[in-house]
Design a protein around this ligand. Structure first.
Ligand code: C5P
Length: 238
């Protein structure tokens, strides 16, 4: 597969076309941003860690029958993926209260939720990714109720697979964000699943092993990403 022209640059990744119309190459950068791009820095080797972690997780999900855009990891920083049309929604799944939900509802971070919480946000930087509901999403033409049904069903399945998987590595999956894309009439799980997009707490100590270390200036950011890769059985070369 030959890398062709640069197509798009996001906050953490770049996308390139290939000589195959419906395949893209996704390159993982070391750039870290938070608070809608207000806080920026580089985390050394983050792109390498997140490419490895995402590749391992997407392979696991595919093994469990979840349809994803992922085809294969190409090298340290790149993966070959199906070229999807991204649905501009951030789908958030929460098992334990944290982050924006804890703040908005005035509850303690760490409160166990009596049910899994599913949220959707409109992916729009100018508006700061506002929280919306299914009706808003359909009313403004982002998706359909039928697509949403598939999206929520897949998100629930991903949660159940990943909660078990991470707990075996002594990691509590607090919450995470998913993105989906359209591909030949199907809905595929897209984007990444990494410490950038999940909250991971050590199951024994509660130590944060994710991007909150960067957002909240807790230090040892690189070490936390490396620790997640190590615990899930990946190779950390540094
Ligand atoms: O900030 P909030 O508590 O809403 O985040 C919930 C989850 O979604 C966290 O795991 C966070 O890392 C992830 N997220 C993300 N990208 C965003 C917003 C949230 O990956 N733009």
């Amino acid at each position: 597969m030959e890398k062709k022209e640069f197509l798009y640059e996001g906050k953490a990744k770049k996308v390139y076309s290939t000589d195959h119309d419906d395949r893209v190459i996704i390159y993982y950068k070391d750039d870290a941003t938070a608070f809608n791009g207000e806080k920026r820095d580089q985390i050394e080797d983050k792109g390498i860690f997140n490419n490895s972690i995402t590749s391992m997780i997407f392979e696991l999900l595919e093994k469990h029958g979840v349809k994803t855009h992922f085809i294969k990891k190409l090298n340290e920083r790149e993966q070959l993926c199906r070229k999807v049309e991204i649905i501009p929604l951030e789908v958030i799944v929460r098992n334990t209260a944290a982050g924006s939900m804890a703040k908005r509802l005035g509850i303690e971070e760490g409160m166990e939720l009596k049910t899994t919480v599913f949220e959707i946000s409109y992916k729009n930087d100018d508006l700061g990714d506002p929280l919306i509901n299914d009706y808003h999403a359909v009313a403004i033409g982002l998706t359909t109720f039928e697509e949403l049904e598939t999206i929520y069903k897949t998100a629930e399945r991903v949660n159940s697979i990943l909660k078990d998987f991470f707990l075996k590595q002594n990691i509590k999956l607090i919450d995470f964000k998913l993105e989906f894309g359209r591909y030949n009439g199907e809905i595929l799980l897209a984007d990444e699943i990494s410490p950038d997009t999940c909250r991971f707490w050590d199951a024994a100590t509660g130590e944060k092993l994710d991007k909150d270390r960067f957002r909240r200036d807790l230090g040892n950011v690189r070490e936390a990403y490396a620790e997640i890769l190590k615990r899930i059985g990946g190779v950390v070369n540094a």
